[in-house]
Design a protein around this ligand. Sequence first.
Ligand SMILES: [Zn+2]
Length: 80
Amino acid sequence: MSPDPGKCPATFRSPVTVPILSAMKLFSCGDVVPGCDAQFEHDSEDGILAAVAQHARDVHGLAAVSAELVAAVRSAMVSR
Ligand SMILES: [Zn+2]
């Protein structure tokens, strides 16, 4: 008898583990700009603020993000 080389007995699946590094932050632009359905998700507030700044410039025509807008965005963020 010879071992069958085409059959590997070590077929097992390791459970998929997803490390939770940090809670994601979620921001809906509609919370600050009524009618806008853009949503932003990032693992840090700064990441969302950077994306929102670009979105505000590209979509809403804001040349600069004011301190009031930053405060509004921060307060409208939710963790998930
Ligand atoms: Zn928007």
